[in-house]
Design a binder for this molecule. Structure first.
Ligand SMILES: *Cc1c(COP(=O)(O)O)cnc(C)c1O
Length: 409
């Protein structure tokens, strides 16, 4: 018999989203007529915009012709798309041959773990997107779960709390650590400032660390002083890989398209270059993103496409604004509820002092018929918080806000 990958046995149950779904289902079963509204999902809800959608439809149709057909393309992606991303988003901070097109950020986060040794220590923000740690447990970079429930061996958790303005104390990170860092952050919504990212880059350079910078929500940044890519920070090309996606930018969660950036200056301890191994991973374990999706990506980055994606993201940010108004109402403020939201991400991170995340989740489900996401599910530092997501139809968000404004804590 073949031995099972120990990583799977080390993995503790994925608890958060299945448990949310279970509680929602139970509530619906006992209140069959209730219209439950979800402010819990991290999934896009609005249709693809016309110019981008047409580009994909036209390209798909051309594949049905002799002249238009194409089979496998370069595993690294269409040259025009790599060049367009370099030009529109990096504007000299990264070159087209450093950009690798993929089927999405989550998939890149998974594949990137094959680059590093199994004994590479990792560090993550707490709370964090669950894939960084769970993927590391599967590959063996993280070990068994600690008996006291404080996470996994080999992982340094970096609490991000209101007290530290959601930017962690970096001094606890050992040298040679792979640091996962997400900004604007899921779930806290915090978008790191230039000064904060400079601290992160300086620390990584001084301590031989590599940063995996997840900027899947960069399109939500509206404050022009905030960096939209890690490469705006001097020195980042020597210590950071950026992972990005069209999912939240253009509603490509189902279409599937993302990219990674690996600068040529980035080196392993033995002096060898990370980009050459990454090129090897992408050409060996990946066979290129869908050519239809890539043509959609090209359209998303031309003048018309940028107008459309900006309007799409603005729509979601408009939802967030309504939610912020509702959640900062007198009924919440009097109960000491604090809303952390700067307007640069799709998530409102809301603290309910004295409450356990799951208890306040249940009360809001019971009394408002609104589903949220318990902060504790993203890590221990998320206890007492709920994440409110602005992905949803406007009319549903308005209805949810009305119900929340009548809620008595
Ligand atoms: C949604 C999300 C992604 C995007 O993943 P895709 O695989 O590109 O859809 C990446 N990182 C974070 C933190 C996310 O929330």
């Amino acid at each position: 018999m073949i031995k099972r990958n120990e990583g799977f046995a080390n993995l503790t149950a994925g608890y958060l989203f299945p448990e949310v779904a279970k509680r929602r289902k139970a509530y619906q079963a006992s209140h069959p007529d209730a219209k439950i509204i979800s402010l819990g999902i991290g999934n896009t809800t609005e249709p693809l915009s016309p110019h981008i959608c047409k580009a994909m439809a036209d390209y798909a149709a051309s594949l049905g012709t002799k002249e238009g057909y194409s089979g496998y393309g370069d595993e690294q992606g269409l040259t025009q798309l790599r060049a367009k991303i370099a030009q529109v988003l990096y504007n000299g901070l990264a070159t087209e041959d450093e950009i690798f097109i993929s089927d999405g950020a989550k998939c890149d986060i998974a594949r990137i773990q094959t680059l590093f040794g199994r004994d590479t220590p990792i560090a993550v923000q707490d709370p964090a997107y669950p894939v960084y740690v769970d993927g590391s447990v599967i590959t063996g970079a993280a070990g068994k779960a600690n008996a006291d429930g404080s996470g996994y061996k080999g992982v340094t958790y970096l609490p991000c709390t209101a007290e530290n303005s959601f930017f962690p104390d970096l001094s606890v990170i050992k040298s040679g650590t792979l640091i996962y860092f997400c900004s604007p952050n899921n779930p806290t919504g915090a978008a790191s400032t230039r000064e904060q990212l400079k601290k992160l880059v300086d620390y990584a350079l001084a301590n031989g660390c590599i940063i995996i910078y997840d900027s899947a929500y960069y399109a939500f940044i509206r404050d022009s002083k905030l960096p939209r890519t890690i490469y705006e920070i001097e020195g980042a090309r020597k210590c950071a890989i950026e992972i990005n996606s069209f999912s939240k930018l253009a509603g490509f969660t189902g279409v599937r398209l993302g990219w990674s950036v690996v600068p040529k200056e980035l080196k392993f301890a033995d002096g060898s270059s990370v980009i050459s191994d990454w090129n090897r991973v992408m050409t060996t374990l990946f066979n290129g993103a869908s050519n239809i999706a890539q043509h959609g990506g090209l359209a998303a980055l031309d003048e018309e496409g940028i107008k459309e994606t900006t309007a799409l993201v603005d729509y979601y940010l408009g939802n967030a604004k309504l939610m912020k108004e509702a959640l900062t109402g007198k009924n919440f403020a009097d109960a000491g509820v604090k809303v952390y939201y700067t307007g640069d991400s799709p998530y409102l991170w809301v603290c309910f002092p004295g409450w356990k995340s799951w208890d306040i989740f249940d009360r809001i489900l019971d009394e408002c018929r609104v589903v949220t996401t318990p902060g504790s599910g993203f890590g221990p530092a998320g206890e007492s918080y709920l994440r409110f997501s602005c992905f949803g139809h406007r009319e549903d968000v308005e209805e949810a806000c009305l119900r929340l404004s009548k809620f008595k804590l």
